[in-house]
Design a binder for this molecule. Structure first.
Ligand code: ASP
Length: 347
């Protein structure tokens, strides 16, 4: 009896809540449709998902106990309102949990709107760490056909997969690596896509099946332990803005931002621009001139593309670096470069 019991392993999984539709409530209670995001606390969400988790995990394995679930509210926001200050709290807590031997895995509930930015950030910091599984929903928690409980159940079950490492996101049964997915739809139950491979795996009835190997070419070069220390200690994140090339883009927005920055206190100075360029990352001659002038003044400038998928081409006559990420992810990468000291700006 005692030897049998010693084989039983109970895993602790910590679920960090940040808000989003998964924690939303319908404007007409219980009706679905229009809703307000970030209303239900993560403890309630976990309590609801917990029963399904216990049922499925005991049917999957006779020798393991259902995971012990512990919920913590890091923030309660619609993810359009996610901030670097919340990220800082999230990173600090994930860092502690990564070191806690009692914790097997971390699950994060989050809105879909900026999930790809948070996923990219976490993947940069812990590409091979303990599992961090992000999840979300497209329907409010009290909608009759709510998708959040199933997504959260999948995330928790997947987080406990033996041997799993790194950052994943699960939504509507599809699993994506932390840095590769992008919100490409505003409706339906699967708003995410990933180019060119799509989902890297699937989660069905508690089982995670991986279809493809982790993607390496578009990952941020992993943050080292020393760089992570620097990041966790940062009291402010650098100001990096995104500008878009479009018909008539004349660079005046860039010039205006530089003028405002010049009279701002040090910590509010503009440190970088990411340009959401056209096609392979091009910009109009006037926008390009304004950005090159910004670069000469010590502001970092990177070129991305406003196209949803495909790569940025190198343009030798423009001295603006092209990067392999969408504009919002490139912005995260640039902030990381500045915070870790990989890139220096003179602003
Ligand atoms: N506005 C919501 C959010 O990102 C949308 C969602 O979660 O699907 O928080």
């Amino acid at each position: 009896m005692s030897s049998k019991k010693s084989e039983w392993v109970s895993q602790k999984i910590v679920i960090l809540g940040t808000g989003g539709t998964i924690a939303g409530l319908s404007l007409v209670p219980g009706a679905g449709g229009d809703y307000k995001a970030a209303q239900v606390d993560v403890e309630t969400l976990v309590a609801q998902a917990g029963q399904a988790v216990a049922g499925i995990s005991s049917s999957l394995s006779a020798t393991s106990l259902p995971p012990v679930l512990s919920a913590e509210q890091i923030a309660q926001v619609d993810s359009k309102d996610m901030t670097e200050a919340i990220w800082q709290r999230l990173l600090q807590r994930v860092a502690q949990l990564q070191h806690d031997p009692a914790v097997q895995a971390i699950v994060i509930t989050h809105g879909t709107d900026t999930l790809e930015e948070t996923g990219f950030l976490l993947h940069a910091c812990w590409p091979q760490g303990k599992p961090v599984v992000l999840t979300c929903a497209m329907r409010a928690a009290d909608a009759p056909d709510a998708d959040g409980p199933g997504n959260l159940r999948d995330a928790i079950l997947m987080a406990g997969t033996p041997g799993l490492t790194g950052v994943r996101m699960v939504c509507n049964g599809q699993v994506f690596e932390g840095h590769v997915f992008q919100k490409v739809r505003t409706d339906g139950l699967q708003p995410f896509g990933a180019d060119p491979i799509g989902a890297m795996g699937a989660c069905h009835e508690g089982r995670y099946v991986q279809h493809s190997e982790p993607e390496k070419t578009r990952a941020y070069p992993p943050v080292t332990p020393a760089e992570l220390e620097r990041l966790l200690a940062a009291d402010r994140w650098p100001r990096v803005e995104i500008v878009m090339n479009h018909v008539g883009a004349d660079g005046r927005l860039v010039e205006h931002a530089l003028t405002v920055s010049a009279s701002s206190p040090d910590h509010e100075r503009l440190r970088g621009f990411v340009v959401a360029g056209t096609g392979g990352g091009s910009c109009s001659e006037r926008l390009s001139a304004a950005l090159q002038s910004a670069q000469q003044q010590g502001v970092l400038v990177w070129r991305s593309t406003r196209a949803t998928w495909g790569s940025v081409r190198s343009v030798s006559h423009e001295r603006l670096k092209g990067v392999p990420w969408s504009p919002v992810k490139a912005r995260v990468a640039m902030m990381l470069d500045i915070l870790t000291g990989r890139a220096s700006t003179t602003c």
